[in-house]
Design a protein around this ligand. Structure first.
Ligand code: NAI
Length: 343
């Protein structure tokens, strides 16, 4: 029997690649929507057919229990991302739906981006560019700080964290690592020290997050942990928004508890466009989302904050690798040997 696959968030490149690779009409019926699936959006204009067996999404689509319940034939959700916190895994499990991800697509991609936003913050790149645009250069305002000789604390020394450590060594930074599962081989290779979380927070000039979004890790960075950081330190988050309690972070930045933040991911980041914000006005019982939308506005205006729109994964090379692994996941599932299953 043919598999009916529905792709959300499909770009032209996705459509070209998957239509070509899944062109056998006897095996695959493929549908594409460039839209994303969001709780607060009305998905009526991009609804998968009732016989959809495979849903393929990226990190911007929220796959909720309510949505899963609308597709009685659904057997697989393939996310074209590493993280899978946008999918209700319990609801999928309850219905025997397999969820797969792309565990790795080049750890350099996100690590390079972490340094991009760190450098944008440390060397005030945004105000530098703005000052050229306006023709008003104030070197006092544009003064930054060196990375060489500073200590970087890497929270989560998995695939991406390990690459961050490698790059940090190139910048002649001292490295501290914290991970519940320390990697001894990595430690020896890059000659850094594993310490407990409090020590890392207290000693680092840069704290960078590379841990997954899990129940235990929710709001790992909060009022208490922020208070343990140096008041000259900066926080970098390219992992997941829910690792940081946003209100506490704003307070810490405002009150000088820490010096700055570079964030590619934020709680409620799906609200970061006009349509989503506008939809909030008409939605009910969304007080928390409204608060997050306001918090985004506040962060955006802070001079010691660099914000990017969850873009760390977004390179040509990484996207090609993501497509290839997602295709392999879909084929493996259809062949009865699913791989890269998350639970
Ligand atoms: P990984 O699974 O290879 O490594 C994660 C590491 O974090 C593991 O070593 C684990 O033991 C450790 N860890 C778990 N809980 C921890 C805690 N409380 N404190 C310290 N360490 C902890 O994951 P990978 O591939 O390195 O990804 C890291 C993060 O980057 C994930 O959150 C992922 O969602 C995110 N990511 C973000 C992207 C973006 O575009 N911004 C793109 C790809 C991944």
């Amino acid at each position: 029997m043919a598999q009916t696959i529905y792709f959300y968030n499909a770009t032209d490149e996705d459509e070209e690649f998957f239509s070509h690779e899944l062109s056998d009409q006897e095996k695959w019926h493929v549908h594409f929507s460039e839209k994303c699936l969001k709780e607060i959006c009305d998905p009526a204009d991009s609804t998968p057919p009732q016989d959809t067996t495979i849903l393929c999404v990226n990190h911007t689509s929220n796959v909720t229990k309510e949505f899963i319940d609308t597709l009685p034939q659904l057997k697989m959700i393939a996310t074209r991302s590493t993280g899978f916190n946008h999918i209700d895994l319990d609801a999928a499990k309850e219905k025997g739906i397999i969820v797969t991800n792309v565990p790795t697509y080049g750890e350099n991609t996100v690590a390079e981006f972490a340094f991009s936003i760190l450098l944008a913050l440390s060397r005030k790149i945004k105000p530098c560019i703005e000052s050229v645009d306006t023709g008003q250069v104030d070197y006092g305002q544009l003064r930054g700080f060196d990375l060489a000789g500073k200590t970087i604390g890497v929270i989560g020394t998995g695939r991406i964290g390990a690459h961050v450590i490698k790059i940090a060594k190139g910048f002649e930074m001292d490295v501290l690592g914290y991970d519940p599962y320390p990697n001894e081989e990595l430690r020896q290779k890059y000659e850094f020290e594993y310490v407990d979380l409090d020590t890392l927070l207290g000693k680092s000039d840069v704290v960078t997050l590379h841990a997954p979004s899990t129940e235990e890790n929710t709001h790992l960075i909060n009022k208490k942990t922020l208070a343990k950081m140096k008041n000259t330190a900066v926080l970098v988050n390219t992992a997941r928004g829910d690792l940081v309690e946003t209100t506490d972070l704003i307070d810490a930045l405002k009150d000088g508890v820490i010096a700055g933040a570079a964030l590619d991911v934020m709680e409620g980041e799906n609200l970061l466009n006009f349509d989503e914000e506008a939809n909030l006005i008409h939605s009910q019982a969304k007080t928390h989302e409204l608060q997050l939308a306001i918090e985004h506005e506040i962060l955006e205006k802070m001079p010691n904050v660099v914000l990017t729109p969850h873009n760390a994964f977004n390179t040509e090379g990484a996207l090609a690798r993501i497509r290839q692994t997602s295709l392999e996941n879909i084929r493996a599932f259809a062949d009865g040997n699913p791989k890269n299953i998350v639970s």
